[in-house]
Design a protein around this ligand. Structure first.
Ligand SMILES: CC(=O)SCCNC(=O)CCNC(=O)[C@H](O)C(C)(C)COP(=O)(O)OP(=O)(O)OC[C@H]1O[C@@H](n2cnc3c(N)ncnc32)[C@H](O)[C@@H]1OP(=O)(O)O
Ligand SMILES: O=C([O-])CC(=O)C(=O)O
Length: 376
């Protein structure tokens, strides 16, 4: 019998120069740089540039990139029209996926000869989606609150502008910084499910937008990006720190997966959690919500003691986005706005050294039989 690697667990399917996840040392490098150093010293724009180009930008390169990105932020009228047509019952991830699809359908360069796989065109598309996604997500959050679109501001960086477009003002610097850190930490994580989905689609030589929408679809599930919003639902279900024990007894008895805990690769802690937890702590102080961190700490403590399963990045990010003011269902689209950098870097890497991704399976259905032998 062939050895089956369910969920491709432990299988190395290709090389990548974009990031290195090292569970032995609990570390994560983007193009060689520890993610904690990037979060402490760089903006998300610089990290995006690094992921795409392999090097941090010089001041001139950064200024050029920022000018271009800021000019691409206004929402395309056709995209706005389509979003306006979507019911509020649609999950915001479906709105984001649809908006990216519309942008792709309007990209006439895709039908030019060689237009699909051209590296320069793909880099332009990546920057365009990077610039558009905050506007799309902010607009969707606002329309759900019956509020008008706020136009992007060219005088603000990525995160300050994102928050301004969502809430109508630029929050305190600690809030903008915490948000920027979350974007950096969410940007890239090697061959996770959504990146792999994007690479599978790219391997067929389909276009970048098809690969990105596949990534969005894969990210939506609660075992992957959808966990950041699921964490907030768990907090709401539990209520207060004192009730964690009772809640966990029942959840574990029912064999529920506790959202925000566990990871396919890290088994002794997610490298990004301490940095995001520190950012969450600044928000707890800013918004004076010790009750939330008590609940957070208690669930983490009991999960560690009882199951020895540690939090992943979605655990501190969920409450951080809640405190920032986003509705819970907007959390995973925020992940999309960050991971667009990693996905598009991987799409470029896949195309540069492509092989169709097509694994094998072991058939375990009925033995060969024939229609004429049917008992009627
Ligand atoms: C940014 C991200 O995408 S990070 C991931 C976000 N996802 C979540 O937070 C969802 C909750 N977590 C999970 O479902 C899982 O931990 C996953 C899907 C992330 C990883 O799954 P796997 O690699 O298949 O888990 P793994 O094989 O290590 O599981 C080992 C055992 O721990 C259990 N386990 C793992 N995570 C959890 C959890 N969060 N709650 C309860 N039990 C868990 C498994 O059920 C399994 O138990 P068993 O041996 O009795 O069957
Ligand atoms: O690596 C994974 O499997 C999931 C994850 O943490 C991420 O995509 O950020």
């Amino acid at each position: 019998m062939t050895e089956i690697h369910k969920g491709l667990a432990g299988v190395v399917v290709d090389t990548t120069a974009i990031s290195k996840v090292n569970p032995e040392t609990n570390s994560l490098l983007y193009r060689g740089y520890p993610v904690q150093e990037l979060a402490a010293n760089c903006t998300f724009e610089e990290v995006a540039y690094l992921l795409w180009h392999g090097e941090l930008p010089t001041p001139v390169q950064l200024a050029e990139f920022e000018t271009l990105e800021r000019s691409l932020r206004p929402l395309d009228a056709a995209v706005k029209r389509v979003i306006d047509e979507l019911p509020l019952t649609a999950h915001p991830m479906d709105v984001v996926r649809t908006a990216v699809s519309v942008i792709g359908a309007m990209d006439a360069t895709l039908t030019e000869p060689g237009g699909i796989a051209d590296p320069e065109l793909n880099q332009k598309r990546a920057i365009y989606l990077f610039a558009q996604l905050p506007t799309i997500v902010a607009y969707d959050q606002r329309r759900r609150r019956d509020e008008q679109l706020i136009e992007p501001r060219e005088d603000l960086g990525f995160s300050a502008n994102f928050l301004h477009m969502t809430f109508g003002d630029v929050p305190d610097l600690v809030v903008v910084n915490a948000f920027d850190v979350s974007m950096i930490l969410y940007a890239e994580h090697s061959f996770n499910a959504s990146t792999f989905a994007s690479r599978v689609v790219t391997s067929t030589l389909a276009d970048l937008y098809s690969a990105v929408t596949a990534g969005i679809g894969a990210l939506k599930g609660p075992l992957h990006g959808g966990a950041n919003e699921a964490v907030m639902h768990v907090f709401e279900e539990i209520g207060t720190a004192e009730l964690v024990g009772l809640w966990l007894d029942r959840a574990l008895e029912e064999k529920r997966k506790i959202m925000g805990f566990g990871h396919r690769v890290y088994k002794s802690g997610d490298s990004r959690v301490p940095t995001m937890k520190a950012a969450l702590d600044t928000l707890i102080a800013e918004y004076d919500r010790p009750d939330l961190i008590e609940l957070y700490d208690e669930l983490e403590k009991q999960m560690t003691e009882r199951k020895n399963i540690l939090p992943n990045l979605d655990y501190p990010s969920g409450p951080a986005y809640h405190l920032t003011g986003f509705d819970t269902e907007m959390f995973t689209p925020l992940f999309v706005a960050a991971r667009i950098t990693g996905w598009t870097a991987h799409i470029a890497e896949q195309l540069a050294s492509n092989a169709l991704i097509r694994p094998l399976s072991e058939y375990n259905g009925p033995a060969e039989r024939h229609v004429t032998e049917r008992s009627l």
